[in-house]
Design a binder for this molecule. Structure first.
Ligand SMILES: [Zn+2]
Length: 88
């Protein structure tokens, strides 16, 4: 089945829907507003937002690695000081 892009003015959001060619959706699937119309494509800036989100999480990953390195160091020190009596 073909894929269609819709835009809802009420939600101010884009929807990617899969339905048959004969079917035509006129109400928003989320808020049932009739301000729901088919658009040729989801604009690039909407897709850019997604990429920005990804790069943000990329920064988070980097931050996490830094923290993790620190905690690995701490963990090593902890293990060095730890006596085997504490295990199990
Ligand atoms: Zn809506």
């Amino acid at each position: 089945m073909p894929r269609y892009n819709y835009y809802c003015e009420e939600c101010d959001d884009y929807f990617e829907l899969v339905h048959s060619m004969t079917e035509k959706l006129e109400d928003c699937i989320a808020c049932e507003s009739p301000s729901f119309s088919r658009v040729p494509s989801i604009p690039a800036y909407m897709q850019k937002q997604k990429i920005e989100k990804d790069s943000k999480s990329g920064d988070l990953v980097e931050e996490y690695i830094k923290l993790n390195k620190q905690s690995v160091k701490e963990e090593k020190q902890r293990l060095t000081n730890k006596s085997y009596k504490d295990e199990g």
